[in-house]
Design a protein around this ligand. Structure first.
Ligand code: NAP
Length: 443
């Protein structure tokens, strides 16, 4: 009979305590061919009641000591944070020849390449299914399920907080600030929400997905990032009327000049699978050759949902599976260059406040034509709903004030759009800063 796989678990918070619960409930021996036993745990506060039975498990105050302890086969890191002790503990475990399971996207986005190299050198597994989109098995899908495909584009809703805020704004016509406050009250958003709402959390997860899909060295700094704090109810109303929804997407696309990686509010056709994803739910769409686009939808966070991915990773180690962390040998991963956003090609939504004077419309049309920008639609509004003024713009409810105009372009370049906007501003026919939202079409 095979000896049980002995697990040391550091971090007994939301995810860690759920992992203990799942391991106790599931028949992993029957499903993975080897039983799994948590023999040692570590957290900061030994006296805290975590609602799980820790009897029979050794307690460690120091996660780094636990990581290299001779009594464990696998180290599970569920403390979080890109630095120590998570980094030091994962390094210690890998160096001691122990496989590692972690849910720590921050650690992987910053040190993923070096940690994967350490795992490779020591011939052990480094599994991190829970680090992206919590309970959705997206890492396994990209790395193993589609090992025979080439990817054209991967895009997803990777931050539940942002999707919750945008869903509430759309459905209840509320402002960003009101929805953020509710998200904080419900525990979906941190007291300092910057990391989530400004897109950095999505960028860390996208960097991991892009690495696996496109064979690049994981590098969150190579990603163009824009958050959702500038989105106004007027944008969601206009999107709705034009047949779109607005989502914060992480997008990685293969282009002629390399892999474009970007995070920004995005207009997606209402008919797309990703547009149906509401609230805190996550989703990833995979565009690969030989198949129609596939969208995986599910919980991006939560103790048990995330623990299901962690336990599946432990189960793979119990089976004896060891797959290159990013799907191929570390030395064959290419450097992910920063996306040249000025070269981005696609449709654009432009909301601007046109000043109410003769010749304004003609001037705007001329400036767009000079950049070869064609319009799919143009909508002029006479009344602005609350929050409709672009940043720095004035309210347009007065009869002689500026008039909100919404333009949807056909495919063009970011550079062309920026030049046209700059020219229109110089002509003084618009008021305030225009709102620009990129459009992501179905394949
Ligand atoms: P959490 O609830 O804050 O728990 C963190 C745990 O780590 C706590 O038990 C804490 O100990 C322990 N810890 C922190 N610093 C430590 C130290 N210096 N030494 C020893 N123990 C330490 O965090 P979580 O939500 O479970 O998240 C864990 C990981 O999963 C993170 O990487 C996170 O990004 C990832 N993740 C979480 C979710 C989710 O839904 N929560 C989803 C996907 C991925 P005490 O309890 O004693 O304070």
């Amino acid at each position: 009979m095979v000896a049980p796989l002995k697990v040391g678990l550091a971090g007994l918070g939301t995810v860690g305590s759920s992992v203990l619960q799942l391991i106790a409930q599931q028949q992993l021996a029957a499903r993975c061919g080897r039983s799994v036993e948590v023999v040692a745990v570590c957290a900061r506060d030994r006296n805290r009641d975590r609602g799980v039975d820790l009897s029979g498990m050794h307690w460690f105050d120091d996660p780094v000591k636990l990581a290299s302890d001779s009594g464990i086969d696998v180290f599970v890191e569920l403390m979080g944070g890109e630095g120590d002790p998570a980094k030091a503990a994962v390094e210690a475990a890998l160096a001691a020849g122990k496989s590692v399971v972690t849910a720590n996207k921050a650690l992987l986005a910053r040190h993923g390449v070096a940690l994967a190299k350490l795992a490779e050198t020591n011939k052990v597994a480094l599994n991190f299914e829970a680090a992206v989109a919590g309970g959705i098995p997206i890492i396994k899908a990209l790395r193993e399920g589609f090992a025979g495909n080439s990817f054209a584009r991967i895009y997803g809703i990777l931050n539940g907080t942002c999707n919750y805020i945008l869903t509430r704004m759309e459905q209840e016509k509320l402002s960003f600030a009101e929805c953020l406050k509710d998200a904080q009250r419900l525990g979906y958003a941190e007291a300092d929400p910057t990391f989530d709402v400004e897109g950095y959390d999505t960028a860390q997860k996208l960097a991991i997905l892009a690495s696996i899909a496109f064979g690049t060295k994981v590098d969150a700094d190579a990603i163009y990032v824009e958050g959702i704090s500038s989105i106004a109810p007027a944008d969601l109303i206009a999107a709705d009327e034009l047949g779109y929804r607005i989502k914060l997407l992480g997008v990685a696309v293969k282009t002629d000049t390399g892999i474009e990686q970007r995070v920004h509010p995005t207009m997606v056709p209402k008919s797309s699978a990703i547009a149906q994803v509401m609230g805190v739910t996550n989703a990833v769409t995979i565009d690969a050759d030989g198949i129609d686009p596939i969208t995986l939808v599910g919980p991006g966070a939560g103790g048990l949902a995330t623990a299901s991915s962690v336990v599946a990773d432990i189960g793979d180690i119990a089976r004896g599976a060891r797959i290159a962390p990013f799907g191929r040998a570390v030395d064959s991963l290419s450097v992910a260059g920063k996306a040249p956003m000025q070269m981005h090609e696609g449709g654009y939504y432009i909301r601007l406040l046109a000043v109410d004077k003769p010749g304004t419309a003609a001037t705007i049309a001329t400036r767009l034509a000079e950049q070869d920008i064609s319009l799919e639609s143009i909508v002029q509004r006479h009344l602005v709903t609350p929050g409709a003024a672009p940043q720095g713009g004035t309210d347009a409810r007065t009869a002689s004030g500026p008039v909100p105009v919404i333009l949807i372009t056909y495919a063009t370049t970011e550079d062309a759009v920026r030049r046209a906007i700059a020219a229109v501003k110089a002509d003084q026919v618009i008021s305030g800063e225009p709102q620009l939202i990129r459009i992501e079409k179905n394949r």
